[in-house]
Design a protein. Sequence first.
Length: 96
Amino acid sequence: MTEDKYKLELSPAASRDLKKIHKHVQKEIVFTHFQEILEDPFGKSKPLVGALKGERSYSFGHRPEYRIIYFVEKGLITVTLIGSRENLYKRAQRRK
């Protein structure tokens, strides 16, 4: 097994977001999706524009569809928001 090139941290807001999500989805995020992001932060995500320019969006799930919003800087992945697609971008607009 190779050493991770990146480290992942959650912002205080993302940490609060994660606690509000159903327990089985929390586990999926932590054990599956965070690992995929760590392996290749640019592979399965899309760059964002507008108020979230510079950040990336990783999506998963269906009904509801979830997003993990993060940015990458010098080997550190900082998750800024986690939530369902319906409300996440509205919250992001208010944040900026």
